[in-house]
Design a protein around this ligand. Structure first.
Ligand SMILES: Nc1ncnc2c1ncn2[C@@H]1O[C@H](COP(=O)(O)OP(=O)(O)OP(=O)(O)O)[C@@H](O)[C@H]1O
Ligand SMILES: [Mg+2]
Length: 275
């Protein structure tokens, strides 16, 4: 079954007119998102339509633009790249679905949509998820100084344990992609699942080493010394089974000190070593 036919069955409520197509799991949501996106004229205006109320609750709409002709063609026809991966917005759509079906702490996917050009090619893609009302991303929450750093790190590590227990391997898990309730009441969640793998991996020690190093390099180093962070990671590792420290430590040390490209992360997950 083609990708969009499959997705259309999951999200059977459709609103479409001219070039804009919205699919959702509820009629009121499809209408609300369609109405919000139908009028804004340009990408920036449409991107600003992120929080939408549909009468039942709030939805979050992420707008992604497809720049190259090749990606517009692939997304229009539901094709993969030569590497076997889907383009980022389609990958994010499928990963959101997969992660949520595994029961992982990620916002529920409520639908998707796209806008076609006059040639019929998709040039803008929309992901519709449950809105995390009252949440703040951990980057802003930490920068505000209003959340306790150690408590935030503890809940981020708990989130990692939970994602791994569901076989959800987020490869872009830095503070901006982690949503916290600043009051500490609601469950912490992971967002932005475009670079994510749902399924078992043979290279769990390597993937975890990357994730812990990446979190530090991409933000937590502003709040904790390397020694403090190492100590917290050491304690957290006790919650993961089957970690091979001889494999974990060298990759962790590298990822704490340098940025790893998106392609490098996928290679690590698939082949077990950094390029
Ligand atoms: N479901 C949601 N509910 C509330 N806010 C959200 C939700 N998803 C994302 N956000 C907010 O939007 C920001 C951007 O979302 P996301 O990380 O998915 O996009 P991105 O690919 O990083 O895009 P950008 O380049 O615009 O940051 C997040 O840091 C978060 O503050
Ligand atoms: Mg992000």
């Amino acid at each position: 079954m083609s990708l969009y036919r499959f997705m259309g069955r999951l999200f059977p409520f459709v609103q479409q007119q001219q070039n804009l197509h919205i699919f959702s799991d509820a009629n009121s949501s499809a209408n609300a998102v369609f109405n919000a996106l139908a009028n804004p004229q340009n990408f920036e205006e449409r991107r600003a339509c992120n929080f939408i109320t549909d009468g039942q609750g709030q939805l979050f709409v992420k707008t992604v633009t497809l720049k190259s002709l090749a990606s517009r063609l692939r997304v229009t026809f539901g094709w993969r790249r030569r590497s076997g991966q889907y383009d980022w917005p389609v990958a994010e759509l499928l990963n959101n679905l997969g992660a949520h079906n595994q029961g992982s702490p990620t916002p529920k996917l409520r639908g998707f949509g796209f806008r076609r050009s006059s040639l019929g090619l998709v040039h803008e893609f929309y992901l519709i998820t449950e809105a995390l009302a009252g949440y703040q991303d951990a980057r802003h929450a930490l920068a505000s100084g209003e959340v306790d750093v150690l408590k935030a790190v503890e809940s981020i590590f708990n989130l990692m344990v939970e994602l791994h227990s569901k076989n959800v391997h987020h490869l872009d898990l830095w503070c901006a992609n982690i949503m916290l309730d600043p009051q500490g009441q609601a469950q912490i969640k992971a967002i932005d699942l475009e670079n994510c793998y749902v399924g078992a991996t043979e290279h769990l020690s390597q993937v975890l080493a990357f994730q812990f190093g990446f979190l530090y390099y991409e933000g937590l180093k502003a709040y904790l010394s390397e020694e403090e962070y190492d100590e917290l990671v050491k304690q957290a590792l006790g919650y993961f089974s089957h970690i091979d420290l001889a494999v974990f430590m060298p990759i962790y040390s590298i990822c704490k000190h340098r940025h790893i490209s998106r392609k490098g992360r996928i290679k690590l997950l698939k082949r077990g070593h950094l390029p």
